[in-house]
Design a protein around this ligand. Structure first.
Ligand code: PLP
Length: 415
């Protein structure tokens, strides 16, 4: 974006902020992005910016894999530049081939079906339930054909999905692999074991809007040594992002901290964004949204982001606990306002990345009410069945309902 346009946009926003300040309204809202970045992460990023020669050091990366696996209660973990890439690794590891079919929820991120399409695997969508927005196990069997090889189940918003065991049982009965998409629920537990450890292979995300944050990043984890061997193969041949990109990623740690977490984010965030506007990166390009495989797709995490990931892991339990506390507050709000609370499955410990609630469709379209009544800016995951696109899929009425009505409330509220 050019300088003049950027200044104009920021100027416009700051005029609005000033007006809000004059009227005694709030100018900053609880973060929906980079929620777990703190000053120590900024320091770490600044340190690594000075140590360019160390950016592709393998020991740091290996250490991160062990740290994540051990924290997650998994045998093996491998890091990539996104959960989407971790999914591509999982598809490779399971030996899925062109013309195989996978069943997945009709309410997901477009990068999930993309990973299958990049491998030639056909995606078959199945509807979700509206208790936890996971696959409705009772609707899966109809979708199974002789070509079906795997089911991808997900745990959204930090919840543990309602039909977790039923879906896995269904897969076992039909001899199908289970891929768990834990991108939004890192650290959530079911029967005292972290999600992702129940299926064959799981993916986790450390993208900036997720439970923990390396700006971009993802993990593939498994407890199966044969699958792990294949994941390792994929990891070994995966390229690293080039130094220009690593430099940008590290700068985004600094930028995001000032945009989302600094107490004066409403002003300083804009100034920092303006100064570093050429460094700001987005996770998904428009082309990728349309299903085009980016040229840089398939990379693995470099050492500085692995170090950041390890630093984030030190704080993840504390942040998840505070999310659960905030969820209690939103539970009370739902009771008073007459909305249905997301279901906390028995024996589960959710992590509430965001607190999902279905409100009237017009309240999802125009969310000014939330600023006024709740002092927050709600998120709108998902705005399409294949977020963030409006690509149409076969009929999934519950998923469509969630697309129309489900907003999500921030789960980290700063003092
Ligand atoms: C964010 C997300 C992904 C992709 O994660 P990246 O790390 O951005 O590739 C996959 N699935 C779900 C449910 C997500 O929310």
């Amino acid at each position: 974006m050019n300088w003049v346009k950027a200044v104009a946009r920021i100027g416009y926003r700051q005029v609005k902020n000033l007006a809000r300040l004059v009227m005694g309204r709030r100018v900053s809202f609880p973060p929906l992005g980079s929620m777990t970045l703190d000053a120590d992460d900024v320091q770490l990023a600044q340190q690594w910016l000075k140590e360019k020669a160390e950016w592709y050091r393998n020991d740091e990366i290996e250490q991160y894999h062990h740290a994540f696996a051990s924290w997650n209660g998994s045998e093996y973990a491998f890091s990539f530049m996104g959960a989407r890439v971790a999914l591509s690794a999982a598809i490779y590891a399971l030996g899925l081939e062109p013309d195989d079919e996978v069943i997945l929820p009709g309410y997901t991120c477009v990068v999930v079906p993309n990973a299958f399409h990049f491998a030639g695997v056909k995606t078959v969508y199945s509807d979700i339930e509206l208790d936890t927005y996971g696959l409705d196990a009772s609707q899966i069997e109809d979708k199974i054909t002789p070509k079906t090889k795997a089911i991808l189940l997900h745990h959204l918003y930090g919840l543990v999905c309602r039909d977790y065991e039923a879906t896995i049982e269904m897969a076992r009965k039909h001899n199908l692999f289970v891929i768990e998409d834990c991108a939004q629920s890192t650290g959530a537990e079911y029967k005292d074991r972290k999600v992702g450890n129940w299926g064959d292979v799981a993916i986790y995300s450390s993208e900036r809007s997720k439970i923990f944050n390396t700006i971009q990043g993802g993990i593939a984890a498994t407890n199966n040594s044969q699958i792990a061997q294949k994941l390792r193969e994929f990891h070994e041949q995966a390229p690293f992002p080039d130094p220009t990109q690593v430099d940008k990623l590290l700068h985004n740690v600094v930028i995001d901290y000032y945009r989302f977490k600094h107490p004066q984010q409403w002003l300083i965030g804009d100034i920092v964004s303006l100064c570093y506007r050429d460094k700001i990166i987005t996770s998904t390009t428009q082309e990728e949204e349309q299903g085009v495989r980016p040229s840089y797709y398939g990379q693995k995490l470099p050492a500085p982001l692995a170090a950041l990931g390890m630093n984030q892991l030190k704080k993840i339990d504390r942040y998840n606990e505070s999310r659960r506390q905030t969820a209690l507050k939103w539970d009370r709000w739902c009771d008073i306002a007459g909305y249905r609370k997301p279901v906390k499955v028995p024996d589960s410990t959710p992590t509430y990345l965001r607190y999902p609630v279905r409100v009237e469709a017009y309240k999802k379209k125009n969310r000014v009410w939330a600023r006024k009544e709740l002092g927050i800016e709600p998120g709108i995951w998902f705005k399409g069945n294949l977020h963030p696109t409006n690509i149409e899929i076969n009929s999934c009425p519950n998923a469509d309902d969630a697309v129309d009505k489900c907003i999500n409330l921030p789960s980290i509220v700063l003092e």
